[in-house]
Ligand binder design. Sequence first.
Ligand SMILES: [Zn+2]
Length: 389
Amino acid sequence: MLIKELSRRTGASVRSIRYYEAKEILNSCRLENGYRDYDDTAVERIKTIQFYLSLGLTTDNIAQIIECPTAPTADRPLCQAAYKLYTAKLNEVNKQLALLQTVQSRLQDRSREFEATANRKKSEAKTMIIDSHAHVMLPPEKQLQLMTAAKIDRTVLFTSTIHPETAATIEGLEQELNRLYSILNGTVNPLQERICAIEELVSIIAASPEKYIGFGSIPSGFSYEENIDWISNYILANNLRGIGELAPLSGQVAQLEPLFQASRETGNLPLWVHAFFPLNFEDIKELLMLAKKYSTVPLILGHLGGVHWLNTLKAVKDIPNVYLDLSATFTTMAPSFAIKLYPERTLFSSDAPYCSPLTARTIIEQIVEDRYVREQVLGGNIARLLNIG
Ligand SMILES: [Zn+2]
């Protein structure tokens, strides 16, 4: 047969067949036209060569034993030369195996080290502690000190038009708080002061950008267009990540609808709403209706609904865009149940200066046993909501 036919019958390439001939482990005759011609034994011969090659022998090795039988028969026992080659090859393979095992165990060690470091880094990243709601405190160093004392990595910082933390006397404190109450009861709705407070917030964040994420306030009662303007001029332009603290009056929650609409049109900025006094449960329900209607807009309900915390916990069940801020609760039962029911939607916060960050963190640590849940409440949940990574 011609070389092509032999190649087809054995699977060996034409080039390999020529090479075996050059190595004198395969023979052919020449036809008159100079073509190689092979008889049927060539097929067997190539299969034998292929068998030896699969044992790792070289063509030079094969040349030494090509005439030996590949399997012993009564009249043709295995020859000594083949046995010698086999044992030499076996030794070589054993040595290589030992070497490969050493390489294998070194690679395993390295991979394990790498994975352990990566996991450590991952769990460190996971345990970033984020105070999800605190107000600008003066002087700014004081706020950073409180964060350090509570081992808080980052704080979501809100503006403050008043600074009760600077009061040295009870009268001074009363004066500051009266100002807060006049905002909460709607007798003042300061526009210029809000702008100044945002400027103050932005400058504090600029001084420690790795420590803070900002939320900006917005005056109440704005139309849709006014909300859009304010959001673009004061929130987005300052790279603030949400809107708050909103403090609607009782009976006036519906006024927030244009803001929900505006948030939806500007990238679904989270809205942080003060849901303690003066709101009652009817107001909270109205707020939740808005959250249901604008289901892409995250609503953070401040202070767990205050005295209405139990009803609030029940009412937010099927509204996944509602998050619960755990600050300013007067019983640890409230945050305990909130976390138990909504481990993915509860947010640790101090509402500093109204509570110290360390105290707020200690409460969460004492009421949550499960480490993973604790990490999510102390930072993971708000990190996911605001894309902090
Ligand atoms: Zn607050």
